[in-house]
Each structure stands twice: as C-alpha cells, then as structure tokens.
Design a protein around this ligand. Structure first.
Ligand SMILES: Nc1ncnc2c1ncn2[C@@H]1O[C@H](COP(=O)(O)OP(=O)(O)OP(=O)(O)O)[C@@H](O)[C@H]1O
Ligand SMILES: [Mg+2]
Length: 486
C-alpha cells in the first residue's frame, strides 16, 4: 500500500515547479513535505491528487500504476486532497456538501448519507449539524467536513496542504489528533507546510523541497538547525538591524477618530522618517483601521493626519499617494494584486510610462528587469494568482516606489517562509535607511520585537501603550495585547 512517485516533472514556461521529484511513503506514515515558498510542494501534491497533469513521471499506489487524470479518478484510487486555498463551498447544507460528488448523481440516498455523516463524525470526534448552511462554517469546520467526506469516499492517502492556516488552536489540536488516528489506521497522511514546529510535532518522516527538487529526507526527530539548513541553505537569520538617525516627522495623528462601522479608533501618534513602528494587538483591535486611515482609504471622523507637513484628513486617496504614502494590504490577491493580470501587466499599471498607448515592449523589458531585481519566481506572462504567496509579496514590493515617505504594511510576512520573510525585511530596511518611515501590523511577536523601534499596542480600538521594542518581552507584550495595563 505504498505510494511511490518517480521522476515527476512539471514545468510552467521556464519555471521548473517540479524538476524530477522522487518520493516513497509507506502505509501508516505521517509524512511531512517542507519547503520555502515556491518550492513546488503544492504542484507536486496537485499532480498526485489529479488536479493537474505532470509533464512526465509515474505514480504508483498499492503496487499499481496510477494514470491519474482527474481528482475524481484519484479519489477512486484512494487519494484525496485538502487544498491550501480556502475551500470553496456551495451554498448548500452541510449534508449536501458531504454528499458532493458521491455516486448516484441527483438520486443520492440522502437518508443513508445522513447516517453515514453521523457515523463518520462520531468516529473522528467531529460535530456537524447536517442541515446548517455550509457557508456558516468556520475554515476549521469546513476542513473537518472535507476530511470526513474524503475518508467516507474511501481515501487511503490524505493530503493536506498547509491545513493550519486560518484555523483556531483547539481545531489544530483536534486536527493533529485525527491525523495521528488515521496513521494508526494505516492510512498515508501527507502534511504540507513550511512551519517546522508543526512538522516536528506531527510527522514520522519529512521530505524537504527547494526549487522544484527534493533536497533532503529525514527521519524525525532531527535537530532543528539541520532542517533549517536543508530548507534555506546557509542564510544567516536576522542580522542586527542597522542603526539610522531619525528624521522629521513623516506621520502625525492628533485626536483622530475613525468614521468606520468596524473597530472604532482613537489615535495620537507621531512617526519619524527612518522609524519603524510595529502595531500589535488581537486581530480586529483597530490596527487595520489605523493603517487604512493613514493610507487615505477609510473616512476620518475627526482629528488631523499630518503627512509631509500637510493635514490630509478627509482628503482624497490621490493626495496620500502624492504625499508619498504606500500601502501594502495583507490580502495579497484580494486587495493588492489583480487576478488574471500578468506580472508585466501589473508593472504597466504602475510603470513610469503613463502615456495613452501602452508600450508593450517597454513594459516587458521593465517586467524582466524587475523580475530579476526582486527575484520573483515567475515570468512576465505569469498571472498573479499563479505565483506562490512569497512571490506575490515580492511582486507587491516591486510595484512600490523605491523610497516612499511612509510605507504601511499589514502582516508583511504572513504565510511566508523564513527565506522570503528575510528578503521582505531586507527590502524594507533598505527603504528605511533611505528615510522611509515604516508602520506595520503583525501578529508575530518576534517580528514586532526584532524590527520595530517602537511598538504600539491596540486593544478594542485604542492604542493602550506605545513601548520601545528594545524593552518589550513576549510576556509584557502578551499582557498588553490582552488589555492588561499595569
Ligand atoms: N499555474 C501556474 N502557472 C505558472 N506557474 C505556476 C503555476 N503554479 C505554480 N507555479 C509556479 O511553480 C512554482 C512552484 O509553486 P508551488 O505553488 O508548487 O509552490 P509551493 O511550494 O506550494 O509554495 P507556497 O509555500 O508558497 O505555497 C512557483 O514558482 C510558482 O510560481
Ligand atoms: Mg503551496
């Protein structure tokens, strides 16, 4: 019942997403697939589960060759995959989603399905209301439902692509318990991640990918530094942050109150050129509103927002851009990039050439230069949604002006591996050395401490403390984030 992949190739233009991958996994094994952004993990798993066809190579499961061509055929052979992207659910009930794709078409046995769902849920300790609207489920609950569906359809290999993004801590604990149970039942579980600690906590063995190739395999446990080395080569982690002399105020808020329906916000604060201000707080405590106010994207109720010497409160977004404000949102594909447009077309949108006729040749040249300069793994013609998360972030940064007065970033490294995160910060610190003031929101305490000069802590729509990052500890920050002011 082993799963054997041999010499899998999948190329996108000149990008070798999978470049001769071999992998062998035994029944009952919890197998980790690690690798930095763009390493080719999702591509490989989509090949195995029939979502895309490989250019060449072979797959064998349980001794039989698998000419997998579609997810349906793959599942008939016992291979099911849970996707990295949020699962798309139809506006149907939980039960309908569970029955999706089962034999019988419109004549599915709903009564039997209902009892199967209850039976499966009980077996794995899940709790579903079969008649609830599936759209009301949390990401974690949708995931549980999809796992249940795949197992009920007979999956003997369960592939999970970064399943812990967006689920709660109790759901993660539950998920891990279920995956261990499945391995004990002799299933193969493939756990794709770039979170080392999760792979270490869960898996028996791990395969590390880089640039489309397998660069190492290990039995776990193995020392952490060994895995880091395999994933990233010999990069140095977090070099000391260079000192810069702070300049004039870049941003000054006085008595600002937001006029949004979401988190209300009240803020008084000044950030100087060359300064890095980190925004800490639970999600939805006002950090996002703060960034959007400073970017000119949310309406101001009262107060002043002075940027570059002018009060821009209530002024149109264009004035903020002209004042040198640049905002990079967290939702890379929802808010920052345009799905369907290529890398070159993104550069055309922001390029210096604002003439009426778009100069294709010039745009392609610019795109090629920028792709090289920002080490974007993709081509001029690659569409934004086809880039991996890390490469989408690189594209967003490549579209920013070189030295904005004020750079606003929301979760600049969320979902990125260590190498890409380091790259993003190198770029930001270079802008800072040129006099850019940086304001960023993050839920990663280590990132806040490492890169900020000061940290503003948000709680229920207010800044309840502004502390020097050098004196912050995770426990002191943790208390403030929870609203405890001593
Ligand atoms: N449909 C596509 N068209 C063009 N290029 C693609 C496509 N899908 C993936 N790629 C490219 O193939 C490479 C591997 O991407 P893949 O999504 O497999 O990486 P990954 O290891 O899953 O990364 P991440 O950790 O960011 O999810 C990347 O350079 C990506 O840009
Ligand atoms: Mg992926």
């Amino acid at each position: 019942m082993s799963l054997v992949l041999r010499n899998i190739h999948k190329h996108y233009g000149s990008v070798r997403a999978n470049d001769g991958v071999d992998l062998e996994i035994a029944p009952g094994e919890l197998h980790g697939l690690l690798g930095e952004n763009g390493a080719g993990k999702s591509t490989l798993m989509k090949v195995v589960s029939g979502f895309i066809a490989a250019d060449s190579g072979s797959i064998e499961f349980d001794g039989a060759p698998l000419g997998v061509a579609s997810p349906r055929v793959a599942l008939e052979h016992g291979i099911g995959m849970l996707h990295q992207d949020p699962l798309v659910f139809r506006p149907f009930s939980v039960l309908d989603n569970f029955l999706l794709g089962s034999a019988g078409g419109v004549l599915v046995d709903r009564k039997g399905g209902r009892s199967s769902l209850a039976e499966m849920a009980a077996r794995y300790g899940f709790d579903f209301d079969p008649d609830a609207d599936a759209r009301s489920l949390t990401v974690g609950e949708r995931q549980q439902l999809e796992i249940t569906r795949l197992l009920w359809r007979g999956a003997r290999v369960l592939i999970l692509d970064e399943p812990t993004t967006g689920i709660s801590e109790p759901q993660r604990v539950k998920l891990f318990a279920v995956l261990r149970q499945l391995a004990a039942e002799r299933l193969i579980v493939i756990f794709v991640s770039h979170k080392l600690e999760e792979v270490e906590a869960l898996c028996h063995r791990v395969t590390v990918m880089s640039r489309g190739r397998v660069v190492g395999r290990r039995e776990l446990p193995t020392p952490r530094h060994d895995l880091v080395r395999l994933m990233f080569g010999d990069i140095t982690l977090g070099g000391a942050r260079p000192e810069v002399t702070l300049g004039d105020p870049a941003l000054s808020l006085r008595g600002v109150a937001a006029r949004t329906r979401g988190a209300p916000l009240h803020a008084d604060l000044t950030v100087r050129r060359g300064e890095v201000l980190g925004l800490a707080g639970l999600e939805g405590s006002g950090q996002r509103t703060f960034l959007r106010l400073c970017a000119g994207l949310d309406p101001v109720g009262s107060g002043t927002i002075v940027i570059g010497g002018h009060d821009l409160a209530g002024k149109p977004y264009r004035r903020f851009l002209d004042a040198g404000v640049h905002y990079i949102p967290a939702g890379r594909l929802e808010e920052g990039l345009i799905a369907g447009l290529s890398v070159a077309e993104h550069f055309e949108l922001v390029g210096p050439n604002r003439s009426f006729m778009v100069d294709r040749g010039a745009a392609d040249t610019l795109a090629a230069e920028r792709i090289a300069e920002f080490s974007i793994k993709g081509e001029a013609a690659t569409t934004a949604e086809a880039l991996s998360g890390g490469n989408q972030q690189r594209l967003l940064m490549a579209m920013a002006p070189d030295h904005p007065v004020l750079l606003l970033m929301e979760h600049p490294t969320r979902g990125l591996d260590l190498g890409s995160a380091q790259w993003v910060w190198d770029r930001m610190l270079r802008s800072r050395a040129g006099g850019t003031a940086i304001v960023f929101a993050s839920s990663d305490l280590e990132e806040l401490q490492r890169y900020s000069d000061r940290i503003a802590v948000f709680y229920e729509g207010r800044i309840i403390a502004v502390i020097p990052a050098s004196t912050a500890t995770s426990s002191s920050l943790g208390l403030l984030i929870g609203g405890v002011v001593s």
